[in-house]
Design a protein around this ligand. Structure first.
Ligand SMILES: [Zn+2]
Length: 97
């Protein structure tokens, strides 16, 4: 019976974390690595992004904006592939004709 209750508790915690995020209270101090400041939950290991300027955890909206800014714009890179390589293997390129 205890095993069943432990499984039920784990399932409830899983969905609670999906809906509400990490609700644990034991976290590390904020620290900065690779220009990102965050705390780490000592219970589940989740990174909690943190604003060093305002000294508070970021909201989900601020996290989305930060990730979009880090990703930058769409880059178009020319492909230096000869045209003949685009022909499927079972067809011979019609170069000699
Ligand atoms: Zn946690």
């Amino acid at each position: 019976m205890n095993f069943l209750m432990a499984c039920l508790q784990a399932v409830l915690n899983f969905f609670s974390e999906i809906l509400f995020g990490c609700t644990h209270t034991r976290v590390t101090r904020p620290f900065t690595l690779d220009e990102q400041t965050y705390e780490v939950c000592l219970d589940c290991g989740k990174q909690i992004f943190y604003s060093a300027q305002e000294m508070r955890p970021l909201t989900p909206w601020e996290i989305r904006r930060m990730k979009a800014a880090r990703a930058g714009g769409v880059k178009v890179v020319p492909i230096n592939t000869p045209v003949g390589r685009l022909v499927p293997r079972d067809q011979k390129p019609n170069i000699a004709a």
